[in-house]
Design a protein around this ligand. Structure first.
Ligand code: FRU
Length: 493
């Protein structure tokens, strides 16, 4: 593939050609290779003709595109989203002489119904055979999809979560062998509904600052998200092998931007370790209209790989922390621009025109005192295209609370009725705050308060964004603000 195009992300995954949506089958194999499969239309730059594309990586940034992993057998049954597990103990009986057997669960979207089907791989996830006795689960529903499977060690059984999309129900099933599935429970009508539940994940996660783990049910909703179209939400809780119970009645959104959907967590990472996820960085409202297809022959990219755990946050309670996975390796040795103390009224300017088009802004504040500050107390950024005058603006107002905002409205390359431009969120802040902004040609991700919240947005500029200005204004005496801008090395050659 040609990854040199003007819109092409340089550190994010996108397919060589064609359209992608949900990440599927994410798993870490026992050799340390991460496998990313994805909803793939190899023949057009709009959604449809669903296959599972495939790519592998050892660092989640440097990807090797692999041959298509799963293709439909005919033109009326498509390979929809699903998940992968390794079957080291050969519970399925499909892998008599190996410990790296791979089970891929997917929804077969047929003309009359959506069924849960299986494919197995005997070469570690590179080639697959469809299971002879498919479907595994067929109930005659046309809205029943996206199986995510895990091994629940305490009960020595497999667990599947799957969505009854239009009934706002996540079904939990169990199986001794990964082939025969029994209903265990339903979890229904929790949090935001939108008009459908899709792509559930059930994950065990470490709690920050403790030796315990908690469970997380992650559900994607589409359409009808609070900001329009599609978004992910998550529910912290407890799981006993058959039933999930939420810790409270809150609805918690996974991203305050508009382009983060169908997030999936890698399997084969123990629940006591930080979990790793990737989401589709687009929105069903406008994904079929973005300009990358006509201009460059590809459409949609994945979010940054994220590190995740749970934090019991001040006042808001259990919160999914999401931070960029191991970006250190892509950072230049030295910052392009750096100021260890911008103070309450300072400016930092960075020229990134020599770089890949991918870069990072890192701001850290200590000694904050938000009492009595004016409404304009802030640390803001402008990310400009010197070639066109376009810009993304954003930052954080630091007064009664910390409100982070971003505005993609001064990007002129493309627009759409649903492509809204201004977003914000608020944090409970004590005496410190931090945020990181990662920019990659047509994508921006913002992380704040040690990953407590994140925003993912796409944009399509006429010229490359190549200049960063960070400005502090009106902050209190005694505050210390460090700002660093790093160039990120592209991983697509
Ligand atoms: C979510 C989704 C899934 C489905 C897949 C089809 O984005 O609608 O529910 O399996 O995409 O591509």
């Amino acid at each position: 593939g040609d990854y040199s195009g003007h819109y092409r992300p340089q550190i994010h995954f996108s397919a060589p050609v064609g359209f992608i949506n949900d990440p599927n089958g994410l798993f870490l194999d026992d050799n340390g290779t991460y496998h990313l499969y994805y909803q793939y239309n190899p023949t057009d730059t709009i959604a449809g003709n669903q296959h599972w594309g495939h790519a592998t990586s050892t660092d989640l940034y440097t990807w090797e595109n692999q041959p298509i992993a799963l293709a439909p057998d005919n033109s009326t049954s498509f390979i929809f989203s699903g998940s992968i597990v390794i079957d080291p103990n050969n519970t399925s009986g499909l892998f008599p002489n190996q410990t790296n057997g791979v089970l891929a669960y997917y929804t077969l979207d047929g003309p009359d119904q959506q069924t849960q089907d299986l494919a197995h791989s005997h070469d570690g996830g590179y080639t697959f055979t469809k299971y002879a006795n498919n479907p595994l689960i067929a109930i005659g529903s046309s809205q029943y999809r996206d199986p995510k499977v895990l091994w629940y060690a305490p009960a020595q059984h497999w667990v599947m979560v799957v969505a009854y999309a239009q009934e706002f129900t996540i079904e939990i099933l169990t199986s001794p062998n990964g082939l025969d599935w029994t209903f265990a429970s339903n979890f229904t009508h929790h949090g935001l509904l939108g008009t459908q539940y899709e792509c559930p994940n059930l994950v065990e996660m470490p709690m920050q600052g403790s030796d315990t783990t908690m469970w997380l049910l992650y559900i994607s909703i589409n359409p009808g998200a609070p900001l329009g179209g599609s978004i992910g939400q998550y529910i912290p809780g407890a799981f006993n092998g058959t039933h999930f119970s939420a810790v409270d009645a809150a609805a918690r959104i996974a991203d305050w931007g508009k382009d983060n959907y169908a997030g999936q967590f890698f399997s084969n990472i123990p629940g006591t370790q930080d979990q790793v996820s990737i989401a589709w960085a687009s929105n069903w409202q406008y994904t079929n209209y973005v300009p990358t297809g006509p201009a460059e022959g590809w459409a949609s990219a994945m979010s940054l790989p994220r590190v995740n755990y749970l934090r019991n946050a001040t006042r808001t309670g259990y919160t999914l922390v999401s931070l960029p996975y191991g970006l250190e390796g892509l950072k230049g040795k030295e910052a392009v621009a750096s100021n260890e103390d911008l103070g309450g009224n300072g400016t930092l300017l960075a020229d990134l025109s020599d770089g890949s088009g991918a870069f990072m802004i890192d701001v850290n504040m200590t000694g904050l005192n938000l009492t009595g500050l004016s409404n304009t107390a802030s640390v803001n950024f402008t990310i400009m295209a010197s070639g066109s005058g376009e810009a993304i603006n954003g930052g954080t107002f630091m007064n009664a609370d910390a409100t982070t905002w971003v505005d993609r409205g001064r990007i002129q390359g493309w627009s759409n009725i649903y492509y809204t431009d201004k977003f914000s969120t608020a944090y409970v802040v004590e005496d410190s705050f931090d945020f990181q902004v990662i920019v990659d040609r047509s994508m921006i991700e913002i992380f704040g308060l040690e990953g407590e919240k994140s925003a993912t947005l796409v944009y399509y500029p006429e010229a490359l964004l190549d200049t960063v200005i960070v400005r502090t204004g009106g902050l209190n005496e005694g505050v210390s603000v460090s700002a660093n801008v790093y160039s990120l090395e592209g991983t697509w050659g």
